[in-house]
Design a protein around this ligand. Structure first.
Ligand code: LLP
Length: 421
């Protein structure tokens, strides 16, 4: 039995005919689409979304799914159909959200280095909130809104200097990080700008990091936001919402993990002090468990010291997380194997020593041509892929209600070369 946290039933489970995604045989999908390939469960996305939605219950809340985690159109549409709103981190993600059918007001736009063009696009589109990163960005938004004859809806992103206790590369809420304005400066900025005609301050935003596995940093973040919202209310700047960002972690190792209910239980008492609607921007917690990357073993090597390598037909080009953060993903053979487990280094084909998925991982005997699944890669997997080594983007498949369909075909070399002279 493959597990995740108690709120979602893991979609990938071993069956009599090998690994299946919600009962659909992985072998049969891969026989048609080849490897490497991402396979996702729509059911797991829906369950994970609803677990967060239910956890916040009747408290006024809006879930703005963080598109950066996975913005393949068909996946975004699954979320749209559930009533999700969207968090976009670039002009491209705003456009994807609009094309997927989100109303402009259902989109919040975040990002540490928004270009002039992106700001104009967001203002023209009339997105629900532009989460501004600095006083300077507020100036640039105001100037562009004025030129366009519009009023931009803005929230200031604050940096509360809270340690999310996650991987340093995905922690964003410390004052040593590049994100937002210092919390103590925020009140003054709102006061100074509140009468600007082309700006409407609708909220205040923060995001302290990703893959957060304990409730306390999230509670402290909610406390800081709520206190600021109350102060701003006193100053005569009533806000429509506070935006808590994303960050809820998932159980990559299959061990108990903070659940959406525990997350809500930690932050709601803080939010209730102001009774102000909350915007949430979960990404990983919505799609992380839903996807797995399927790969075939192309070589097996054994060194005299006993070290054994399984070389896959997928690498850091399709899934960058292990190379970038040393992150852990479970790896399971697609066909059942009864042999004893021995330690394996599972690696990719790229000419980089960091192209490693697992070191000394206990696995049964592995053979050339075997299929393996790299689990919990629905978030920050396909979206972070590259064409390094002229490799081609892997196809993506969505399993829904016993059926599967290709939601993104495999890239071809012609697709790639079409951009070149
Ligand atoms: N909101 C903002 C402003 C963000 O920057 C992020 C993620 C999210 C929401 C969604 O966070 P989530 O709920 O997914 O933790 N590539 C890394 C993760 C980078 C996250 C960046 N920001 C990884 O693979 O772990």
């Amino acid at each position: 039995m493959i597990t995740c946290d108690s709120s979602v039933q893991h979609p990938f489970q071993p069956g009599a005919h090998g690994l299946a995604c919600d009962g659909v045989s992985i072998q049969s999908i891969v026989a048609s689409v080849g490897t490497p390939a991402y396979i996702y469960s729509a059911r797991a996305i829906r369950d994970a979304y609803r677990a967060i939605d239910d956890a916040f219950g009747s408290y006024p809340h809006a879930i703005h799914y963080a598109l950066k985690a996975n913005s393949t159109l068909a996946i975004v549409r699954v979320l749209k159909a559930l009533g999700s709103h969207a968090d976009a981190n670039s002009g491209g993600e705003i456009e994807v959200a609009l094309r997927a059918g989100f109303g402009p007001r259902e989109i919040v736009f975040t990002g540490v280095g928004k270009t002039g063009g992106e700001l104009e696009y967001a203002i023209e589109s009339d997105v629900g909130a532009i989460n501004a990163e600095s006083a300077g960005e507020l100036d640039r938004i105001a100037a562009r809104a004025q030129a366009a004859g519009r009023v931009a809806r803005v929230a200031l992103r604050v940096n509360p200097d809270i340690d999310a206790q996650s991987h340093p590369n995905i922690s964003t809420g410390l004052k040593s990080n590049k994100f937002g304005v210092a919390l103590q400066d925020a009140r003054g900025i709102y006061r100074d700008r509140r009468n600007e005609k082309s700006l409407q301050f609708v909220g205040v935003h923060l995001h302290i990091g990703s893959q957060i596995t304990t409730a306390e940093p999230l509670r402290r973040a909610a406390a800081a936001l709520t206190t600021l919202a109350l102060e701003l209310r006193d100053d005569g700047v009533p806000l429509e919402h506070v935006d808590l960002g994303g960050g809820l972690g998932i159980a990559y190792e299959g061990r108990p993990m903070i659940t959406p209910a525990e997350y809500a239980a930690a932050v709601l008492p803080e939010l209730r002090r102001a009774n102000i609607p909350v915007v949430l921007e979960p990404g990983r917690a919505v799609v992380g468990h839903s996807g797995a990357l399927m790969a075939r073993i192309v070589d097996v090597k054994r060194y005299p010291d006993g070290r054994q390598f399984a070389v896959l037909d997928t690498g850091m080009t399709e899934l960058m997380r292990p190379a970038l953060y040393g992150s852990f993903h479970r790896i399971v053979p697609v066909s059942p194997r009864q042999t004893a487990e021995t330690p394996w280094d599972v690696v990719g084909p790229i000419c980089e020593s960091s192209d490693v998925f697992a070191r000394e991982r206990p696995l049964p005997d592995l053979c050339v041509d075997d299929l393996v699944a790299i689990l919990d890669t629905g978030a920050y997997g396909a979206v972070m892929a590259s064409n390094y080594n002229r490799r081609l983007l892997a196809p993506e498949v969505l399993v829904d209600d016993g059926q599967w369909s290709v939601i993104r075909r495999r890239q071809t070399l012609d697709d790639v070369l079409a951009l070149e002279t």
